[in-house]
Design a protein around this ligand. Structure first.
Ligand code: NAD
Ligand code: USQ
Length: 382
């Protein structure tokens, strides 16, 4: 298939591009280096340096003989996106190109506005480029489990049937995001739903939980092909941060009570999920929503796991609760459905002790590059 990957320099976009190219798809990636620029501006650089996108594509070509076409540009520039659509005529577009950090979106007005403008305009432009230039193209959009928040009832896959005063109808599941970033994902879903029901687009919105891991069939070939790995408070997710803290000898930073539960998945499973969604596209006029994670656990359970495996490696890992810089439930009910992707054929790679040990080994290799000043949270939800 002709697959357009937006955000192709990113943590998920780059491994997806390699994986699809290796499977024989025709792959075109677009990225404007927003993440690299924010990382530099906020002293949140990745642990392992990664070559720029053109260099990575050349390295991958030299090792695999697979082509990845690269365009450096901003998809909020509609003329640029239109040119790509006209030239490439994608059959599927995988839309990762957003500002993905909750803490960044909560720094202040400028960062909130930047996140809102970027994420909404990016999604709006993708919708219009598809409508005007490739109306049959399937949009696979990355949403987030954080759109639902942590309600005190079971979370369904995107939709909820409600009976009210004796009548029934189906609605988008109620959403209650915990950051401005997560709220932009809610707004994206509403935009997509409007254009799907009014203009008959085909869209899959993947409500993904936090992804962990660096290893994929392609990135394992050469360290220069690894995806980005951040451990700071802006781009580093709890998993990466705990791994680095364990290696650096810093007590694991559990925020508050640590009862925050999320639905996690291995990077290898993101690749599977996106591919499965792409190969069985949503129908015209369908907004298909799938919850994308393979297992749920709390921050305390994650910290215990990293501590146990780290100690087996002789790391002497400590865990310490620190005041929660975020406003979120620290002890809550969480039972989200997630059978849709399993029904499509997902074979989960769970976070076993062996997987944690491999991730720790990767960090240990780069121990000298850890900058401890990047570890403590700088941004508070006020
Ligand atoms: P990332 O920041 O590593 O990748 C996103 C890429 O998009 C970056 O390389 C960035 O430069 C690019 N980008 C952003 N705005 C752009 C624009 N206007 N034009 C062109 N390129 C642009 O983030 P990621 O972790 O790979 O996440 C990818 C997507 O998946 C995001 O939408 C994120 O919200 C979603 N998501 C990620 C996770 C996770 O755990 N990584 C979980 C759930 C959802
Ligand atoms: N947390 C800690 N200690 C830390 C860092 C985080 O206890 O040092 C806690 C947070 O308070 C939160 C939980 O861990 O309760 C998850 O935080 P995170 O930073 O690992 O992930 P989050 O901010 O939720 O965002 C990440 C990605 C985002 C994606 C989201 C999926 O950055 O792009 O949308 O995961 S989800 O969480 O399901 O919304």
């Amino acid at each position: 298939m002709r697959v357009l990957i937006l955000g192709g320099d990113g943590y998920l976009g780059w491994p997806t591009a390699m994986s699809f190219a290796a499977k024989g798809h025709d792959v075109y990636v677009v990225d404007n280096y927003m993440r690299r620029n924010i990382a530099q501006a906020t002293q949140s650089e990745a642990l392992i340096p990664t070559p720029n996108l053109n260099d990575r594509a050349n390295i991958f070509k030299s090792l695999s003989d697979c082509d990845i076409q690269v365009k450096i540009g901003d998809i909020c520039d509609y003329r640029l996106l239109e040119t790509v659509f006209k030239e490439f005529q994608p059959e599927a577009v995988i839309h990762y190109a957003e500002q993905p950090s909750a803490p960044y979106s909560m720094i202040g007005f400028d960062q909130a506005r930047e996140t809102l403008n970027n994420n909404l305009n990016a999604t709006f432009n993708v919708i219009w480029a598809v409508m005007e230039h490739a109306p049959d193209c399937h949009i696979v959009k990355l949403g987030t489990m954080g759109e639902y928040g942590t309600p005190n009832i079971d979370i369904e896959e995107g939709w909820l049937e409600i009976e009210h005063k004796g009548r029934k109808d189906k609605f988008l599941y109620p959403r209650a995001a915990g950051s401005l970033y997560h709220t932009t994902k809610v707004l994206d879903t509403d935009l997509l739903w409007f254009y799907v029901r009014t203009f008959g687009l085909r869209v899959t919105d993947l409500m993904q939980g936090p992804v962990y891991g660096l290893s994929t069939d392609e990135s394992d070939q050469d360290e220069r092909l690894l995806p980005n790995f951040h451990y700071d408070d802006i781009f580093g997710t709890a998993v990466n941060r705990f791994l680095v803290q364990a290696v650096a000898g810093v007590p694991l930073t559990v925020y508050g009570k640590g009862g925050q539960i999320r639905g996690y998945l291995n990077l290898k499973d993101t690749l599977q999920c996106v591919e499965l969604a792409m190969h069985s596209p949503a129908a015209k006029g369908e907004l298909r929503i799938l919850n994308q994670f393979t297992e749920t656990f709390s921050i305390n359970e994650l910290a215990d796991r990293v501590q146990r495996v780290g100690n087996q490696k002789g790391l002497n890992v400590e865990v310490k609760s620190i005041p929660n810089p975020r406003k979120e439930a620290e002890d809550h009910y969480y039972n989200p459905a997630h059978s849709g992707l399993m029904d499509l054929g997902l074979k989960p790679n769970y976070m076993t002790d062996e997987v944690v040990a491999q991730m720790l080994d990767n960090v240990i290799k780069h121990k000298d590059r850890i900058d401890e000043s990047k570890i403590m949270p700088r941004i508070k939800w006020k």
